[in-house]
Write a protein that binds this ligand. Structure first.
Ligand code: ATP
Ligand code: MG
Length: 656
C-alpha cells in the first residue's frame, strides 16, 4: 500500500499565553513531557497511581492490568467502587450547596440544582427503581430530553449497578427498538414529550411504537417523566409516572458496590461508517479517563462554569456532562434547546448569562453558526470564557480560526479533542497551558496514551506520511467489548490480518507533521486514491471551507478509468443554493481555488451543491452515503442514524 499523503500546508501556530500557562494544571511543555515520561517508564503504575488518588474505592484494588485474555483487558479488577458515589456523595461533606447544574430550558427558564439536591433526586429515583425490582446488572434504556432528569436517570442506574443504555431522543422508533432489543432491557426511562426549538416531539409514543415492533417482553417497567403534560398513551401497571414513584421514595440510597470492571453502560457509536456498534464500558477505568481528561485537557478549576453542549445521547454527553464534571465537583450548564432558537445568538447569550468559562462544542455547530451569522458573537459579552473545545469531527482550520477569533477573542486556547465512543475519554488533545496550537491539529496524545501511525504491516511510518491511527498500549477507559458480540469487537478493533497485532485500531487515518503533531485526515474507509496518491478527505474539504463562499464541504472518491478515483465534492454555500449558470461559475471558482490551495491533484472533478449534507444525528458528515450517490448507485446501507434523509434526493444528481 502506498501511504496516505498530506497535502495540507498549515503553518499558523498559537502558543499559550503566559497568563493561561501560569494558572494551568499542566503549565509548560516540560511538565507535559514529564507526565509522558512517567507513563513511558511504567504505564501501568502511572494509571494505578492516579486511580488510587482520584477514585474513592470501597475496596482498594491490588491488581492493575490483567491482559491474560487480551484484547479483553481488565483494569483494577479486584477493586470495588460506585461511580455515582464518586460523582455525588464525595462532595456532600465539602460543597453540598455548590450548584452542580445550571439548567436552561428551551424557552429560557433557569433551574439550579446543588450537589445536595442532585444527590437526593438520584437516591429517590434509585430507590424507586429498586422498588420496581430493577437490580445490579439489569439493562435500562434511557430515552430522555436533555434535562437534569436525564443525568439523574443515568446516575440512578449507576447507583444501583444497573447498566444504562442511553438512546438519543431524536432517534426513531426503529432505532430505539433495535437498542432495546439488543440490550434485553428490563426498563425504559423516558418522558411524555421533549421540546426543542419551540416544537414538541413525542418520546413516550415513540417508545410505545418501538415496544410493538417485535419481542420486547423483557421490558417490565416504563418510567415516564412529565415534561409537557401532553396527551400520551399510558399503560399501567407497566407504565408509571416518575413523579409518583419518587414522591415517597427515601432520599438516601446506599450505593451498590460493584467491581471495577462492572459495566457502567453500553452506548452505540454514531453510525458514520456503518451499522452502529454497542460499545460496553467499565466502571473504574472509564471514570478515571473522565477525571484525568477534565484535569489535563479542560484544565478544570473549581471556579469554572463548564458547558459541554453535547446531548447525553452521545459519548461526549456521558463523559463531559454526566460523569466527568460531577466527579470533579464542577458547576456545569445543561441546555435543553437548539443553538438557533429563538435566535441564532442563543449559544452566545447563554455563555454571557451564565458566565461560562469553558465551552465545548462540535465543528458541525460551529460551521452552522458561521453560516447563520458569523458576526453575531461580537454582540455578546463573552469575556467569561477562558477555554474552548471541539469534538466529533476534524475541525477545518478556517472554522478553527473563526472560533478562536470571534468566540475566544484570540485569548482562549482551543482544545481540539480527538477521541471516540470506544475510548471513553480524550485520547489526542492539547494540554492547553503546555502545547502551542495549530488550527486543525489535535496536537499530542494525553500522557499514558501511546498513539502512533502505522502502515498495513503495523510498522510506524515516518513523520509526514499518513497511515492508520492506533493506540499501542491498553488504557483504563477503553472499550471492553461490543455488547453481545465479542467476535465483532475483536475484528473491528484488533484485527489480526493487518499485522497491527495487539494495537487498538481506531479506524481513522492520520499523520504527524515534522514537529510530531497529529492531524486526523479522515476515516480509513474514506481515503481517496487519485492517480496513485492516497489522499485524506479532510484536507481537500478544509481547502474548500477556506473559500469565503463555502460553509461546509464533503469530499469522496468515484471510480475513474484513468486516475483510479476522481474527486467529487459536495458543497454547502454560505449564501443561497446556486442555480443555472451560477453553478458552472462557482464550480470553476472552487476548482481553481483548490488547485491553488493544495495542488492540481486535489482539484474536484465534479462539485454538487446542496442545502445541507447527510449527517448522523450527532452532526457528523456521512461520507459513505455520498460515495454511493457519487457513483450514481441506490443507497442500500444502514441509514438508521441519518438525520436528514430528504437531502439524499437533492444530492443525487449533478447540480443544475
Ligand atoms: P461509527 O463508528 O459508527 O462509524 P463514529 O465513528 O462517527 O461512528 P463516534 O464514536 O461518535 O462514532 O465518533 C468517533 C469518530 O469521530 C472518530 O473516530 C473520528 O473519526 C471522529 N472525531 C472525533 N473527534 C475528532 C476530532 N477532534 N478530530 C477529528 N476527528 C474526530
Ligand atoms: Mg467510529
Amino acid at each position: 500500500m502506498s501511504t496516505i499523503e498530506s497535502v495540507l500546508n498549515e503553518t499558523r501556530i498559537f502558543p499559550p499565553s503566559d497568563e493561561f500557562s501560569s494558572q494551568a494544571n499542566v503549565s509548560s511543555f516540560q511538565a507535559y513531557q514529564a507526565l509522558c515520561a512517567e507513563a513511558e517508564q511504567d504505564y501501568q503504575h502511572f494509571w494505578a497511581k492516579r486511580a488510587k488518588e482520584r477514585i474513592l474505592w470501597h475496596k482498594p484494588f491490588t491488581q492493575i492490568l490483567d491482559d491474560r485474555n487480551a484484547p479483553f483487558y481488565k483494569w483494577f479488577a479486584d477493586g470495588e467502587l460506585n461511580v455515582s458515589y464518586n460523582c455525588l456523595d464525595r462532595h456532600l461533606a465539602t460543597q453540598a450547596d455548590k450548584v452542580a447544574i445550571i439548567f436552561e430550558s428551551d424557552d429560557g427558564e433557569v433551574i439550579r440544582s446543588t450537589y445536595r439536591d442532585l444527590h437526593q433526586r438520584v437516591c429517590q429515583l434509585a430507590n424507586a427503581l429498586k422498588a420496581r425490582n430493577i437490580k445490579k446488572g439489569d439493562r435500562v434504556v434511557i430515552y430522555m430530553p436533555m434535562r437534569i432528569e436525564a443525568v439523574v436517570a443515568m446516575q440512578a442506574c449507576a447507583r444501583i449497578g444497573a447498566i444504562h443504555s442511553v438512546v438519543f431522543g431524536g432517534f426513531s422508533a426503529k432505532s430505539l427498538h433495535e437498542r432495546i432489543h439488543d440490550a434485553g432491557a428490563v426498563a425504559i426511562i423516558t418522558a411524555d414529550e421533549q421540546v426543542r426549538g419551540g416544537k414538541h416531539h413525542p418520546l413516550k409514543a415513540t417508545v410505545d411504537e418501538a415496544m410493538r415492533m417485535s419481542d420486547t417482553t423483557s421490558v417490565q417497567s416504563i418510567v415516564v417523566y412529565q415534561r409537557t403534560g401532553g396527551e400520551i398513551p399510558f399503560n399501567p401497571p407497566r407504565d408509571v409516572w416518575w413523579h409518583e414513584i419518587t414522591q415517597n421514595a427515601g432520599s438516601e440510597c446506599e450505593p451498590e458496590w460493584v467491581d471495577a470492571e462492572h459495566p457502567l453502560f453500553t452506548l452505540y457509536t454514531s453510525g458514520s461508517t456503518g451499522k452502529p456498534k454497542g460499545v460496553q464500558h467499565s466502571s473504574a477505568g472509564y471514570l478515571l479517563g473522565a477525571i484525568v481528561s477534565m484535569q489535563w485537557i479542560f484544565d478544570y478549576k473549581p471556579t469554572d462554569i463548564f458547558w459541554c453542549t453535547a446531548d447525553v445521547g452521545w459519548i461526549t454527553g456521558h463523559s463531559y456532562v454526566t460523569y466527568g464534571p460531577l466527579a470533579m465537583g464542577a458547576t456545569q450548564v445543561i441546555f435543553e434547546g437548539i443553538p438557533t432558537y429563538p435566535h441564532a445568538g442563543r449559544f452566545w447569550e447563554i455563555i454571557q448569562k451564565h458566565q461560562v468559562t469553558t465551552f465545548y462544542t462540535a465543528p458541525t455547530a460551529i460551521r452552522s453558526l458561521i453560516k447563520l451569522g458569523g458576526d453575531l458573537p461580537a454582540q455578546y459579552d463573552l469575556s467569561s470564557l477562558r477555554l474552548l473545545g471541539s469534538v466529533g469531527e476534524p475541525i477545518n482550520p478556517e472554522a478553527w480560526m473563526w472560533f478562536y477569533e470571534k468566540v475566544g477573542r484570540s485569548r482562549c486556547p482551543i482544545v481540539d479533542t480527538w477521541w471516540q465512543t470506544e475510548t471513553g475519554c480524550h485520547m489526542i488533545a492539547p494540554t492547553p497551558g503546555a502545547v502551542a496550537l495549530k488550527p486543525g491539529s489535535c496536537t499530542f496524545p494525553l500522557p499514558g496514551i501511546f498513539a502512533a501511525i502505522v502502515d498495513e504491516a503495523g510498522h510506524e511510518v515516518e513523520n509526514g506520511k499518513g497511515g492508520f491511527l492506533v493506540i499501542k498500549k491498553p488504557f483504563p477507559s477503553q472499550i471492553r467489548t461490543l455488547w453481545g458480540d465479542p467476535e465483532r469487537f475483536k475484528k473491528a478493533y484488533f484485527p489480526e490480518d493487518t499485522g497491527h497485532g495487539k494495537y487498538y485500531l481506531a479506524g481513522d487515518s492520520a499523520y504527524r507533521d515534522k514537529d510530531g503533531y497529529f492531524w486526523i485526515m479522515g476515516r480509513i474507509d474514506d481515503v481517496l486514491n487519485v492517480s496513485g496518491h492516497r489522499l485524506g478527505t479532510m484536507e481537500i474539504e478544509s481547502a474548500l471551507v477556506a473559500h469565503p463562499l463555502v460553509a461546509e464541504a464533503a469530499v469522496v472518491g468515484k471510480p475513474h478509468e484513468i486516475k483510479g478515483e476522481a474527486v467529487i465534492a459536495f458543497v454547502v454555500l454560505k449564501g443561497k443554493y446556486p442555480h443555472g449558470e451560477e453553478v458552472a461559475r462557482i464550480t470553476d471558482t472552487l476548482r481553481d481555488w483548490v488547485a491553488k490551495e493544495i495542488g492540481p491533484i486535489a482539484k474536484p472533478d465534479e462539485i454538487r451543491f446542496g442545502e445541507n449534507l447527510p449527517k448522523t444525528r450527532s452532526g457528523k458528515i456521512m461520507r459513505r452515503l455520498l460515495r454511493t450517490l457519487a457513483k450514481g448507485e441506490e443507497i442500500t446501507q444502514d441509514i438508521s442514524t441519518l438525520e436528514n434523509p430528504a437531502i439524499l434526493e437533492q444530492l443525487k444528481y449533478p447540480s443544475k
